[in-house]
Design a protein around this ligand. Structure first.
Ligand code: GDP
Ligand code: MG
Ligand code: K
Length: 298
């Protein structure tokens, strides 16, 4: 028998409030994560948890911004969320089978129609309904969207959660184990800050800079006066890209820094000093050691 390849990738969990997202993560990752999810929901793409089995590793991202925007910041966060949904390997759309389809669900489904990412519909709280009622709910959702999979679970009792995890891994590409098996969360703020810088670059350079750039937070510390000091490196693949990111007399890099800092300050609620460096690392995506340097440990 051929040896099965290890699969790994990123998965966004979305769904309106109270459908059971936190409960599901607790069930998958274990109790420790609950402490982390008690943090205020200020982050956008924080790592919610990492699940590792013999066949694969799933990095769960929390994507709170998918909810219908009610403010300018909300609108902005929602754009970030949509960007994320287009870049992850799979989206878990969690719904409550007791409540049925609500306006919030319809809004999310409209957003899902804008992306190519496979969407797994997770029907949660099956411990609360009869099988016939469940079938009716499945039919209703099937009419609205072409889901890659539909998996009924009880996040609370743990029913069918293992099946869900196996289904998710089927949609991940072959890849390395990014995190050690015993690591269940990353430093969420660092990850989000790096994402904010990356997003500004992609936004300001449009098609000139491919999505292959990486941003690494080298240092992040709070100074005695309360100012957060962040030092970040932007990795590009070619010298020409370095020139583009820096801009004429450093103008573009300065603007990237200004906009990213503004968002990071909103995110952290603290005055921030952001220092940006640009480095060329040829073909960094394919180099094992470089990936390790960037924090993707094996
Ligand atoms: P979130 O807002 O999506 O993170 O939802 P939570 O995980 O906080 O869950 C909201 C409520 O639904 C809590 O009271 C949970 O105990 C309950 N809940 C979550 N999953 C299930 C389930 O599978 N069955 C039942 N009966 N209740 C659940
Ligand atoms: Mg929650
Ligand atoms: K889609």
């Amino acid at each position: 028998m051929a040896k099965k390849e290890f699969k790994s990738g990123f998965v966004s969990i979305i769904g309106r409030p109270n459908v059971g997202k936190s409960t599901l993560m607790n069930q998958i990752i274990g109790q420790k994560i609950a402490i982390m999810s008690d943090k205020p929901q200020t982050t956008r793409n924080k790592i919610h948890g990492v699940y590792t089995s013999g066949s694969g590793q799933i990095v769960f991202l929390d994507t709170p911004g998918i909810h219908k925007p009610t403010s300018k910041l909300g609108d902005y966060m929602s754009k970030v969320a949509h960007g994320t949904l287009g870049e992850v390997d799979a989206v878990l759309f969690l719904v409550d089978v007791v409540d049925g389809i609500g306006g919030g669900d319809r809004y999310i489904i409209e957003q899902l129609k804008l992306i190519e990412t496979p969407v797994i519909l997770v029907l949660n709280k099956i411990d609360m309904v009869q099988p016939e009622a469940l079938l009716a709910v499945i039919t209703n959702y099937k009419d609205l969207y072409d889901f890659a999979e539909i998996v009924p679970v009880s996040a609370l009792k743990g029913n069918n959660v293992t099946t869900l995890l196996e289904q998710i891994i089927r949609y991940l590409p072959e890849g390395p184990q990014y995190y050690p098996a015993d690591q269940i969360t990353d430093h969420p703020e660092q990850f989000v800050c790096a994402e904010l810088v990356r997003e500004k670059i992609l936004h300001m350079t449009r098609e000139e800079i491919p999505h292959s750039i990486a941003v690494q937070i080298e240092d992040m510390r709070v100074e005695p006066n309360g100012v957060v000091h962040i030092s970040a490196v932007i990795f590009v693949e070619r010298d020409s890209q370095k020139g583009i990111v820096i801009g004429k007399q450093g103008a573009l890099l300065k603007e990237i820094g200004r906009q990213a800092r503004r968002d990071i300050e909103t995110l952290l609620g603290s005055k921030t000093f952001l220092e940006l460096w640009v480095k060329v690392k040829k073909d960094w995506r394919n180099q094992d050691r470089v990936l390790r340097d960037l924090g993707f440990r094996h």
